[in-house]
Design a protein around this ligand. Structure first.
Ligand SMILES: Nc1ncnc2c1ncn2[C@@H]1O[C@H](COP(=O)(O)OP(=O)(O)OP(=O)(O)O)[C@@H](O)[C@H]1O
Length: 239
């Protein structure tokens, strides 16, 4: 059976402080996975391990290939990450920032071409950002900037997307839109999407899995309403 993503006995720590203990799960088809848990439960740490930014024990398999501890999944084109905090300290038009998501596909000093800009415009259109394409990124609101980062993630076109709290700064309408977009990535673009979120109420409209890092033995559970409700109750009750 093909495996799109597998984690086997993953252990990740910061020196003496072990954060992820023996985590294992397997996904055999492109899917949406919500990563939930209390503050400090290890969600971002898991992403650091999956993306090769933190050494780990155990195995990570993407599309039937074992990711070596030394390999960089970004440059291999296996995954793209939207971090929790992203900053740009200079003026740049939205369109130019989004097209930079194609950087991995370019040779040294190779310019972006028509295909890169077409992919950029498609992503901007999907996120309803075309009217802002020529605006200066630094002049946008926090929520608008977050949507631009989502467009940049999309043009990277990797099989796996990792999103760390992508709806954090968004209004209720845009939160809903982003969850719909993530479902579209899975269904129409065959992406596997891992999304760290505290917005559990938005999961009732989603299909896929939930992984709660606050429980003793975290495991993938299907996103059924009763499963989501059980985890909301669990997380609301504190640690
Ligand atoms: N570089 C580091 N060195 C030591 N400890 C760290 C480091 N980064 C994170 N930690 C600790 O690891 C634990 C897990 O942090 P992590 O950022 O993974 O949590 P999280 O679940 O993503 O939290 P949140 O929901 O608040 O974003 C926390 O106790 C944090 O203080």
């Amino acid at each position: 059976m093909s495996i799109v993503f597998e984690v086997k006995n993953l252990i990740a720590d910061y020196g003496a402080k072990t954060i992820i203990r023996n985590l294992s799960f397997k996904i055999s088809h492109p899917a949406f996975v919500a990563i939930v848990g209390h503050n400090g439960s290890g969600k971002t740490t898991l992403f650091k391990a999956l993306s090769g930014q933190l050494p780990y024990q155990g195995e990570i398999i993407i599309n039937n290939q074992l990711l070596k501890h030394t390999s960089n999944p970004f440059t291999l084109g296996e995954l793209a990450l939207l971090a929790q905090k992203n900053n740009v300290g200079f003026s740049i038009p939205v369109e130019e920032l989004v097209v930079m998501g194609r950087f991995r596909m370019k040779k040294f000093f190779q310019a972006y071409n028509q295909a890169d800009y077409m992919a950029t415009h498609q992503a901007l259109a999907l996120l309803k950002l075309l009217p802002l394409a020529q605006h200066n990124f630094v002049d946008l609101s926090g929520g608008e900037q977050q949507l631009v980062w989502l467009a940049q993630l999309m043009v990277q076109d990797t099989p796996v997307y990792l999103l760390d709290e992508p709806t954090q700064q968004l209004d209720l309408y845009n939160k809903k839109q982003v969850f719909t977009l993530m479902m579209e990535w899975v269904k129409h673009y065959q992406k596997t999407v891992f999304c760290i979120t505290h917005d559990l109420h938005n999961l009732f409209t989603m299909e896929g899995y939930l992984l709660n890092l606050s429980v003793d033995r975290p495991m993938l559970e299907p996103l059924h309403p009763e499963v989501i409700q059980r985890h909301i109750t669990l997380l609301e009750s504190g640690r």
